[in-house]
Design a protein. Sequence first.
Length: 117
Amino acid sequence: VQLVESGGGLVQPGGSLRLSCAASGFTFSSYVMSWYRQAPGKERELVASITSGDGSTNYEDSVKGRFTISRDNAKKTVDLQMNSLIPEDTAVYYCKAFRRVPRVTYWGKGTPVTVSS
């Protein structure tokens, strides 16, 4: 099983980045996919998630209207489009796959995002 994140980097405030997570080794279409982030000295928090069925999405309040999560079950990828980035978005961003029955969770190793001028 692998979740490999890519697309992180340094961006100026107001800029955009697109993160991508490539999955392998499990039935991607059956899993809820999420993006989490962890800033220095803070706990890991949920940023956005997308369901396995109808593709319903959920966002943390501070990113609503700025971030968009999407998935491609054929390519086994989940993306996070991040616009209007602010310094508070600086963190390591992690991809997570979750299935409720049976209960299974997979994590990627993360990709760092730094928003700074």
